[in-house]
Write a protein that binds this ligand. Sequence first.
Ligand code: SAJ
Length: 457
Amino acid sequence: MKICVLGLGYIGLPTALLLAAHGSEVVGVDVKQSVVDCLNHGKLPFKEPGIEDLYLQAKDRFVAESEPGAADVFLVAVPTPLDPATKVSDLSYVKRAADMIAAHLKGGDLVILESTVPPGTSERVVIPRLEKSGVAIRDFLYAHCPERAIPGRTLKEMVCNSRIIGGYDRDSTEQATSLYQTFVRGEIYQTDTRTAEFVKLMENTCRDVNIALANEFAKLAEECGVNVWEAITLANKHPRVSILNPGPGVGGHCIAIDPWFLTENSTRCRMVSTAREVNDSMPNYVLHITRDLLTGIKSPVISIFGVAYKGNVGDTRESPAFKFIQLAENEGYAIRCHDPYVREFPHPLMDMADAAAGSDCIVILADHDCFHRIDPAELRMRTKFVVDARNILDHERWIGQGFAVRVLGDGSLVHPVPLDEGIPSAGLYSTDAARPVTASSPPSVPLLSPDGRERFL
Ligand code: SAJ
């Protein structure tokens, strides 16, 4: 069986390689000639755990091209960006892929759309374009099979997660199911095309709304002088509560975008768009905390550690770092960036020592695990401030080196711990309260309640 995969990005390439590694002849197509050349020279265009080994298993049955040709199966995994001005989906890549397929489509072929699209897109946009080939639907097969893999664990999740197969008709659903069964070990659930489109958007919207709730809790905790990280840890001890982590905002090509696909044509939605607003405002909130620390410093320099959209990945799509940098630069802050995972970024990337040298504040925006091991003694700062928007640093170590540490949602913005409470003199605030606290290790740092009375956690 010959399979043509259109789009060799974070989803298309691993899918193409998995299919090839499991015995299919695969042609991967990408409009970017640099991606095609890179792959045909045995190089991978991005990092992802396990992808190099997979490439070695797949390479004898995989070739990259810039145009599709005849095939038995066409699988589309192209981007579906959001028009930033209108917040409406831009389906131009999907349309272009459908037109390219139409030029080669024949009776009996199977077309699979993996790209995330607004409900109804397959029936209203994709299938009519495919039919321009002269082959009518039912003479070719069609299914929407949304991907569910999370960057950083893409290959594992592509194999182990369950899948939704939304076929245009029974035959389409069965044929698509057989194809995925060649490499998917998770359950496969069958439905119709429109439901599959809707389910995918619900999944990512659910996560976005829950992250917004965690971010809202962080701001509320701040107002109440409560450490949100401890509060979340304790609330999550309830058997039916599972609060996510607050952070500097939601990035990536999925969760920051998909909720808009669900609501773009609706006249009734409020909660979904409010969640988007809450998450989109988090870079402003982190800048607010940073500004609070830097007041009075002349020509302040901010060093951003982690410009990727999340921890342990090199992907910067929709990263909250973009908004933070733009806002900070508009206020006159000089910005330096460091990210050990990211290869390309519009702002110059520096190594850690250079990014920190002479700086006034480090702001942690991505939760790369390696940041927990940073030795602050090696950083030659002008002013020893750090804002940890991910609660990832080893705070005691930083405080021990004379840093003033602020953690997003640690409750100290409104009620800073007085300086005479055993805090190192160079530090303004303690972050003892920022660590999850167990009954056996109560922190000794008193906090002030909103009513002004001292209390111990
Ligand atoms: N984030 C938080 N707090 C959290 C969790 C995440 O602030 O508690 C932030 C991350 O830092 C990041 C953003 O949210 O900026 C999104 O990251 P993520 O790890 O939640 O998700 P993605 O975008 O990498 O992948 C998601 C996944 N969807 C769900 O978990 C429902 C993945 O399974 C999908 O396949 C993927 O979107 C996609 O391609 O649609």
